[in-house]
Design a protein around this ligand. Sequence first.
Ligand code: ARG
Length: 473
Amino acid sequence: MDNIRNGRFKTGMTDEAAEYTSSFDADKVLFEADIKTNFAHTSMLKHEGIIDEEIADKILCALDNLKEEGFDALIFDASVEDVHMAIENYVTSKIGPEAGYMHTAKSRNDQVACDVRLVLREMIEEIQIGILEFIEGLVEMAGEHLEDIFIGFTHLQHAQPITIAHHLMAHVQALKRDYERLGDTYKRVNLNPLGSAAMATTSFPINRQLTTDLLGFDAYLENSMDGVSARDFISETVFDLVSLSSTLAKICEELVLWSTYEFGVIEMADEYSSTSSIMPQKKNPDVAELARGKTSIATGELITILTILKAIPYTYNRDLQEITPHLWNSVKVTQETLSIVTKMMLSVEFKVDRCAELAGKNFATATDLADIMVREKQIPFRTAHKIVGRIVNEATANEMAEENITSEFIDDIAVDLGFDKLELSDDLIQRALNPAENVKIRSIPGGPAPEMVELARNNIKDFLNIEFEKQGI
Ligand code: ARG
């Protein structure tokens, strides 16, 4: 029986119970962080004169050795509950019972909270860098399509002309928010619970500021009960991953739609496509579909985490151990999906002629026809909306394309609806119905006009420079 049980109990757990309660698999991720936490704590105990200097040095030396030797140097048997005990056992095997001093004024409760925070802050930074790289690629791609007309949708029905660049930059804005959201969460992750001990701190005169500094935390958590039991920093992070996943899922969904024969606006790279075992003509967007599917995983993990957290009484309860595997899984899947969606999206070829063709059809420019009636003839927008609605209705019924809409045709409809003739010039009408003109005159901040999208690109490039530098890149 292991040394923490044999004081209190006569026997060990059954193998089944030991296996059921072990966190070993999920703890692998914590290995290096746990060494760091132990190192900082022992250094602090030494600095404050709480444990003997020579013993502290032996402990620190054994921890250094373990770091060199790696995770496989740990011995796990049914009696070892988790990585914290395995590491303590390792130190004991190297220096003897004096290893036990490393656990002075420390509990596995504050230790595990500390470890998870150390690991998670690095994971957040890695994901953030991945998002920045995706943004950088999209901004470059947008630069190649500033003037390329595309169709924008609402309700997945033709709405108004835009450019390919404007569409790509919409995704950039969503990704920027995903990045910033993780940055906000980081502030609440990077706080030190160490020193909370089991839940009520300790009677030893520990120095919490010192471990905070040694571990690079921004501050220590100010309530020891909160320190050992707070896990909202986890649910918050996973929510951020869900939000990022939703951005990625939208991109995947578009790739699936856009690559269909019916849309036909992109060509997916062969590297991210599959074929059929029976239909030789097929080019299927399997990677986009799988990524779209996998973006649901973080949502499931978030619900699991929130459900575990609900109504856990203060302070530490073993339920909390059950949260970390779901955190690691959501980080892993989201990271993998971000990486593959970045590469897949940036390898897409836009069929610019087809994009422009769609924008010129199906009266996507009808809003502008109504707008010129308001502007040129000072009629209320609702009246113009009614006239143009009827124009589209009749033109569609008679299979008339935009270029056949004349001043005479419009006036017949206006009179028919009980309004005065508008007498717009044919030239003005055709310009209003031209998708490129539609885009050009939308030079409002946030609009699709090329100079506005270029401005947005430049703003994002400034943002990237600042953030890449902050991330040390
Ligand atoms: N493996 C545990 C966890 O992940 C460490 C803390 C154990 N604490 C305890 N009181 N049994 O939460």
